[in-house]
Write a protein that binds this ligand. Structure first.
Ligand code: N7H
Length: 461
């Protein structure tokens, strides 16, 4: 079985705290860094075992991961067997649909980031305390290059990304680690963890138990997104304008945003948080909060009709082929049971960053302060995982059933406008042209999150 006390905690279950700091660094003095990595940082790393046991969870969880150039600086020369990782994310900007690197955070351009430390806790104060310990230990052996402080959204929006949709509903169950809920994808251990059953790439033995971490800073234009929904309500079946706008948003994602918290004043917060995210395939016209709240039902669909194993390639009345969750996990659209047809799964562990929309931004329909998603994805193969989902599915207007258009949420066309089909359930051949990218890539980097034994016996010697 998996050695869970050797696998960093963020990979399989996520650190799941309300605050998370991404601390990107360069290694200035490799010899000192290695010594301190072993003596001071290794003991602070939070394992999967620790996260699974609530009473063993530290006040502030810590994980560490290295870029390709970071491993080289540490003298690790044996290739990890991942081309995307070896090239770095900046070289991939065109592959991923970004309009060059003009929107990128400058520190992500090039390959100067050697590693990232992830710190997660209930408060920014706790994080800063632990960061102080880390910096005191590593001293001038590292250089801070960039930091991103992320945080769950406040109040009833907790768990929701900035457009307002609940995130973290559908992650795959990893064989030998989790048993699946109905409709949850089951993936071989080696699709997420390097060197495990199902990972067929030849790697150095020390890489076993690690996973590739894709980090992307994805800016979200929330007032602009909301204006688009308001301006384009779906006129169908006697829906009000508000209902038509809500339906358009739900069809773009594939799940309902559900309640506006003001409608539920008096409802306990704990209920609000779970009354969300019903899939439009099961609730095609009007939201069904009870369905959204039920973890045994809210993921239990394949896009195929009752009693069928293959999805229709023409009927998108219930859910557009281009919907974000359908593009990124096509389930029965691939013509086979998912377990036999897709090696393209990731474990997502992102968290929002940036402030809430101000009334000024809402009324001007224009973003003035950056906010978005600190996107984190784990997989054993970046080309088959994140890169595949972004490039061959979300950015590919012909996936999955011919002339489908872009994923309206994350699909990217190098900054040019994007045609999306299937959003209007009354006329699925009516194209909608999006002239604004509601999600703008600010770049990122590819990292390897090694096992604790790899840090102890390979990276720090
Ligand atoms: Fe997505 N969103 O709010 O619209 N995503 N995503 N994502 N995403 C999902 O099931 C969102 C991004 C996947 O199993 C939900 O947890 C936003 C990238 C996959 O059925 C919502 C951004 C990639 C799934 C969002 C963003 C993916 C998924 C539903 C960027 C990969 C699971 C909640 C700012 C390249 C699909 C849930 C399944 C779900 C949103 C980015 C992939 C609400 C705003 C870059 C695989």
């Amino acid at each position: 079985g998996l050695n869970l006390s050797n696998i960093q905690g963020d990979i399989l279950i996520g650190m799941k705290k309300n605050k998370e700091l991404f601390y990107f660094f360069g290694i200035a003095k490799p010899t000192t860094f290695k010594k301190k990595l072993k003596s001071d940082i290794l003991p602070l790393i939070t394992t999967t075992t620790q996260l699974l046991n609530v009473s063993a969870q530290p006040t502030t969880a810590l994980n560490i991961a290295f870029s390709h150039t970071g491993l080289l600086v540490l003298g690790i020369k044996d290739p990890l067997g991942d081309t995307a990782f070896a090239g770095g994310q900046a070289a991939d900007n065109g592959t991923l649909g970004d309009p060059g690197t003009k929107n990128w955070v400058p520190q992500f351009v090039g390959t100067s980031i050697h590693g990232v430390i992830l710190l997660a806790s209930d408060s920014v104060d706790n994080i800063n305390t632990q960061l102080y310990n880390v910096q005191a230990a590593l001293g001038s052996s590292i250089k801070e290059l960039y930091t991103l402080q992320a945080a769950a959204r406040p109040g009833s929006e907790q768990g929701h990304e900035h457009f307002g949709f609940l995130d973290g509903i559908s992650n795959p169950a990893v064989q030998g680690f989790q048993s699946p809920l109905p409709g949850q994808a089951v993936v071989s251990t080696g699709e997420i963890i390097v060197g495990e059953n199902g990972d067929s790439v030849t790697r150095p033995s020390w890489a076993k138990g690690g996973s590739f971490l894709v980090f992307r800073q994805l800016k979200q234009l929330v007032p602009e997104f909301n204006k688009f929904l308001t301006d384009n309500p779906i006129r169908a079946h006697g829906l009000t304008a508000q209902q038509g706008s809500d339906l358009l948003g739900a069809r773009m994602v594939g799940r309902w945003k559900s309640v506006r918290s003001s409608e539920f004043s008096g409802t306990p917060l704990s209920d609000l948080i779970t009354q969300q995210g019903a899939p439009v395939f099961l609730a095609p016209l009007i939201d069904d909060p009870a369905l959204g709240a039920n973890p045994t039902r809210n993921n239990n669909f394949t896009y195929a009709g009752p009693g069928q194993t293959v999805a229709s390639s023409t009927d998108q009345t219930k859910c557009p082929f281009s919907a974000h969750i359908r593009k990124t996990r096509p389930r029965a659209d691939l013509g086979l049971p998912e377990s036999q047809s897709s090696d393209h799964h990731i474990v997502r562990g992102g968290i929002p960053y940036g402030p809430e929309v101000t009334s000024g931004e809402a009324s001007s329909h224009k973003t003035s302060t950056e906010r978005g998603l600190a996107f984190v994805a784990y997989q054993s193969n970046i080309e088959n995982g994140f890169q595949f989902l972004q490039r061959l599915w979300a950015d590919n207007p012909r996936f999955v059933h011919g002339n489908v258009g872009f994923d309206p949420i994350i699909g990217a066309n190098k900054g040019a406008s994007r045609v999306v089909n299937g959003l209007d359930p009354t006329n699925s051949s009516r194209p909608i042209t999006l002239t604004t990218d509601f999600v703008v890539s600010r770049g990122g980097e590819y990292f390897f999150s090694p096992s604790l034994s790899a840090i102890a016996h390979t990276l720090s010697v």
